[in-house]
Write a protein that binds this ligand. Structure first.
Ligand code: KIV
Length: 281
């Protein structure tokens, strides 16, 4: 939660929408209840991103993530948090076919998890879908610029806006999703001048990831900033802790102590035998 907006109860979609141009919106990804518990007091927004396919399940991309996975992780994050607004990603293949399919998936995720909104990747081509959802009570966060679900058509994870064509497309996408009723938009992997132009051009908050400080808020993948995922680290990630190393060290120490019978000691045991008798615990 931001320094200037301490309050009880979950941050709502309209409250986030109203933060346009004000103090920056803080967002991190969360996939489990214990992590959500830790992040909740610091974040306005917790995103149950389909990046979980890569950083939790070890997949090579997000394409094989399923609706059931998103529902289960969405439920866990809702259980672990009480302040942040929780947004759940619509996974690849669960919304692109038609606006009706998108509504069925989104309403299922909202009903099952109790989250506040869904996020979908896409710009102008999904404007009709975004309008269809928002008009029917489903708040939508859009996601433009680098879209990981389009890794195959984009030819890899490439930053956007370096050339005239992608700069113009990304700006047009931003305007289209804002006009269609999205309450905010993630702008990923987009060069600073374009991210700045987008943020100035639309009246909904932009949440940047690799899109500069010009955005109205920032999001990063928690496993990246904690050093829990190190298969690759995008340029835009800042590492705030090295928990991966801490895990290896702790597991190594445990393994040594088990092998040398230093663990468990008496303090970790029940009913120790003393002089041939069972001792009460
Ligand atoms: O899937 C995800 O976690 C995301 C964020 C990185 C924005 O879309």
């Amino acid at each position: 939660m931001s320094a200037t907006s301490k309050k009880m109860g979950r941050t709502s979609v309209p409250e986030l929408r109203a933060r346009k141009g004000k103090d920056p919106i803080v967002c991190l990804t969360a996939y489990t209840a214990p992590m959500a518990q830790r992040l909740d007091e610091h974040c306005d927004l917790l995103l149950v991103g389909d990046s979980l396919g890569m950083v939790v399940y070890g997949m090579e991309s997000t394409l094989a993530v399923t609706v059931d996975m998103m529902v289960n992780h969405g439920k866990a994050v809702m259980r672990g948090s009480k302040n942040a607004c929780v947004v759940v990603d619509l996974p690849f293949g669960s919304y692109q076919e038609s606006k009706e399919q998108a509504f069925r998936t989104a309403s299922h995720i909202l009903a099952e998890t109790g989250c506040a909104a869904v996020k979908l990747e896409g710009g102008a081509e999904l404007a009709e879908t975004i309008e269809f959802l928002t008009m029917r009570g489903v708040p939508v966060m859009a996601h433009i610029g680098l879209m990981p679900q389009q890794v195959n058509t984009m030819g890899g994870f490439k930053s956007q806006g370096r050339d005239e064509e992608t700069a113009r497309k990304t700006l047009a996408d931003a305007k289209a999703v804002a006009k269609a009723g999205a309450f905010s938009v993630v702008v990923e992997g987009t060069v600073e001048p374009v991210a700045r132009q987008i943020t100035e051009a639309i009246d909904i908050p932009t949440i940047g990831i690799g899109a500069s400080v010009a955005c109205d808020g920032q999001v990063l993948v928690t496993e990246d900033i904690l050093g829990l995922f190190s298969d690759f680290t995008p340029k835009f990630v800042k590492r705030y802790a090295n928990l991966g190393d801490a895990v290896s060290e702790a597991a190594g120490q445990y393994a040594d102590e088990v092998r040398t019978r230093q663990f468990p000691t008496d303090e970790h045991c029940f009913g120790l035998a003393k002089k041939g008798k069972l001792r009460a615990v």
